[in-house]
Ligand binder design. Structure first.
Ligand code: IPE
Ligand code: IPE
Ligand code: MG
Ligand code: MG
Ligand code: MG
Length: 306
């Protein structure tokens, strides 16, 4: 994470430390959970490990961890919820890269799963990660209260499915043939990207028994965060460097993708991302300094170079 002038440097340093620690913890939890079986299923396990371990910014687990800290959630609970959303995210990336979707050959600095293995294996690795997310959440190790686990499961199912990521991906696939206005692009982005980020923030609140008001403020923060994050992704496609993003750039325009960058141009899109970051932070006003990591995350999300 890059230090940014808009908020306390201590919050950025703390966030960097938290993220470095989290990356290692997430990798070792995946490693322990994904022991290769004997026989032909070993290939599936190898593909899942290839996609899940050792890459990515781990932004969603970081959001779970930072929102969990607001409500005094046990570390294991926050880590397991972070692992679950990272499973859904990895699933979405494997499928997003398939030839029938964005047809990409590079992800997190290495060949995409269908390139390193084959398409059938990639589809199955994505499916297995989707299922693993719910297996992790449903396990009593995530939280002792079954009602809390059920809430997490139901909310994640919604965020991943037709009313969330998958629904947004459907609009994204159809969008090159449609004329969408800004509001409709915002809906597309909110579903395909925002829903999983919002779940990540809400998970800490659910685990920690936050009030409805607190959850409403966090959700308002998340909807700005989701848009700012996806605008930054779209700007990186236009102006980013493959060496930093670990994925191909310069593809959205030729694919006819409907983005804020396509509608507003890069300068206004960048300004919009910054405004959204400010708005996101205003929604945290009812929290004190303990929400500084969430403030630092949205600044990073809007201005990142990877
Ligand atoms: C990429 O997400 C896909 C989008 C939702 C834009 P990230 O930028 O979080 O990808 P990783 O996890 O860091 O690789
Ligand atoms: C994909 O958006 C969002 C997902 C649900 C995976 P993009 O297609 O823009 O993500 P990248 O640029 O390939 O990471
Ligand atoms: Mg896509
Ligand atoms: Mg893509
Ligand atoms: Mg993109």
């Amino acid at each position: 994470l890059q230090p940014l002038p808009t908020h306390a440097p201590e919050a950025v340093c703390e966030l960097d430390r938290l993220r470095a620690d989290l990356c290692a913890r997430i990798d070792s939890m995946f490693d322990a959970m994904l022991a290769p079986p004997e026989g032909p299923r070993a290939r599936l396990c190898e593909a899942i490990r290839y996609a899940a371990i050792g890459g990515g910014k781990r932004l969603r687990p970081l959001l779970v961890a930072t929102s969990s800290r607001l409500f005094g959630v046990a570390e294991t609970s926050a880590l397991r919820a972070g692992l679950a959303v990272e499973c859904i995210h990895a699933h979405s990336l494997i499928h997003d890269d398939l030839p029938c979707m964005d047809d990409d050959d590079l992800r997190r600095g290495k060949p995409t799963v269908h390139r390193a293995f084959d398409e059938a294996t990639a589809v199955l690795a994505g499916d297995a990660l989707l299922a693993l997310a719910f297996e992790i959440l449903a396990d009593p190790a995530t939280h002792e209260d079954g009602a809390v686990r059920a809430r997490l499961v139901a909310a994640l199912a919604k965020a991943a499915g037709m009313d969330g990521m998958a629904g947004g991906q459907m609009i994204d696939v159809l969008a090159p043939g449609l004329v969408l206005d800004l509001e409709q692009v915002a809906e597309l982005q909110g579903l395909k990207t925002g829903a999983l980020l919002a779940w990540s923030v809400e998970a800490g609140a659910i685990l920690g028994g936050a009030s409805a008001d607190q959850i409403a403020s966090l959700n308002a923060y998340s909807s700005c965060l989701g848009l700012a994050f996806q605008i930054a992704d779209d700007l990186l496609d236009r102006h980013g460097e493959e060496a930093k993003t670990g994925k191909r750039v310069g593809k959205d325009e030729s694919a006819g993708k409907q983005t804020f960058v396509a509608l507003l141009g890069p300068d206004r899109a960048r300004r919009t991302a910054l405004e959204l970051a400010e708005e996101a932070k205003r929604h945290l006003d009812s929290f004190g300094a303990e929400a500084d990591p969430l403030r630092a995350i949205v600044d990073f999300a809007a201005t990142r170079d990877h």
